[in-house]
Design a protein around this ligand. Structure first.
Ligand SMILES: [Zn+2]
Length: 437
């Protein structure tokens, strides 16, 4: 059961507990087992996001009110912000594709390109999104192991732009490969712009697909840059930027630009990953309850809280404001869990032009440490004299690089002691943003 730091110090000082993990700090009681302990259990609340996911452990105290029904007071016990690295994965895969592309065109030894008509198995997600589901699931699984989680509450829907355009509920990867792929884009655009010309609003005439920001001026082919234009408007606009074309209709211009700015890809990705995440969490053996983003927002504003990933997670789920349900405690320390990965399979590091820059050693472990280990360094002398804790980045010569809160410096492997083996995450803590009110 999550406890106060002072209580943890007391248990350790009296030798009643041992440290099981350094980060997130977890202890194991020596004098009591789960069988002869009485725990109320906690609830795990998850707010999945595209850059970061908030997780919160809460307990609930039911107090009989002076009049009417009982009041539930929700207390936040632990806040965790999981930071994803989807952008980094996307970037690395693009870089690898570029590297292979250069080797092919330069007639070096290369991997032959694979045909583009391969199909994906059911439930396939791009690696950058798959990583989001996997890391959130593994963090939730760990929390279920460390704490007596009785229910998982997850925010599983925010907005359903795609389903609205298709006119029926969509599931899973349909968001990725369904109405938006290839020729379906046209049907989607017709729905999106109401089967009318985007610029003059005329209906019942042939409509062309038009680039809002012209391709000749660097506009992309992504769906958010596409609109429908009647032949007249299409020719009148030509390759002029939309700002010039609609200079005397600022209202319509603002409306179209707002539509174009909607991050469609982000929301589509978010929907498909949330759906898969909910399905994956149900394998943990704990009941999973899903809630809408609207309810989270209502709970947060009613409590006068600032928007962060962890506060949103705390606000997920049912709060009966009419009968006086409240959130009475927001944890002031947030545990930042950053997905760092477990290293690279690449055998060389290319420079910015795709030429091999250096050969990587095949071994990951050097002098007993691997990159990402949580270590304690004891520096005998010099500018960094003293004891430091941080994440190590190994060098084959044994002069490892240590990142601490105060800075980064080199430490000889003999002066290091392993606290926790690297497992693909780095840990830090930060203060929670205070209340708005
Ligand atoms: Zn028109």
């Amino acid at each position: 059961m999550p406890c106060h730091p002072a209580r943890a110090r007391e248990l350790l000082a009296k030798d009643r507990a041992v440290v099981a993990r350094q980060a997130p700090f977890t202890m194991r009681l020596k004098d009591r087992t789960l069988a002869d302990a009485e725990v109320d259990g906690v609830r795990l609340r998850i707010d999945p996001g595209s850059k970061g996911t908030g997780l919160a452990l809460t307990d609930e105290k039911k107090e009989p009110a002076a009049h009417g029904p009982t009041v539930t007071a929700r207390r936040g016990l632990v806040s965790i912000e999981l930071q994803h690295r989807g952008d980094q994965i996307h970037h690395s895969m693009r870089q690898r594709a570029g590297y292979r592309h250069r080797r092919r065109s330069a007639h070096c030894r290369y991997r032959a390109p694979r045909s583009a008509n391969r199909t994906h198995p059911d439930g396939w997600l791009p690696p950058s999104l798959r990583h989001r589901v996997d890391t959130t699931l593994s963090t939730a699984r760990r929390l279920c192991r460390y704490a007596p989680v009785t229910e998982i509450h997850i925010e599983s829907v925010t907005f359903d732009t795609h389903a609205m355009s298709a006119g029926r509920p969509l599931t899973g990867t349909e968001y990725q490969q369904g109405p938006l792929a290839g020729t379906e884009a046209r049907a989607y655009l017709l729905e999106l712009w109401g089967r009318a010309c985007t610029y003059c609003g005329i209906t019942g005439v042939p409509l062309n697909i038009d680039h809002i920001h012209p391709r000749s001026r660097g506009g992309s082919d992504r769906i958010a840059n596409l609109a429908l234009a009647c032949i007249g408007c299409n020719q009148a606009k030509g390759s002029r930027p939309i700002e010039k074309f609609l200079a005397n209709d600022p209202v319509r211009l603002a409306q179209i630009l707002r539509q174009a700015k909607t991050p469609l890809r982000d929301s589509a990705a978010m929907n498909s990953t949330r759906w898969q995440l909910t399905a994956a969490l149900s394998t943990l053996g704990v009941p999973v309850l899903t809630w809408s983003g609207g309810r989270t927002k209502r709970n947060r504003t009613a409590m006068g809280l600032a928007k962060t990933h962890t506060v949103d997670a705390l606000c997920v789920g049912l709060l009966d404001h009419e009968s006086g349900d409240v959130i009475v405690r927001v944890p002031q320390q947030v545990c930042l869990v950053k997905a760092t990965g477990r290293g690279s399979y690449a055998r060389t590091t290319p420079d910015r032009y795709g030429f091999p820059r250096l050969q990587r050693p095949r071994a990951k472990q050097h002098h007993g440490f691997i990159t990402g280990d949580l270590v304690r360094a004891t520096m005998p002398s010099g500018r960094w004299k003293g004891t430091w804790t941080g994440r190590v980045s190994v060098r084959s010569r044994g002069q490892h690089s240590l990142t601490t809160s105060a800075g980064r410096f080199n430490v000889l492997h003999r002066n290091l002691r392993l606290l926790q083996r690297a497992e693909g995450y780095s840990y830090a803590s930060k203060r929670e943003t205070p209340k708005i009110s």
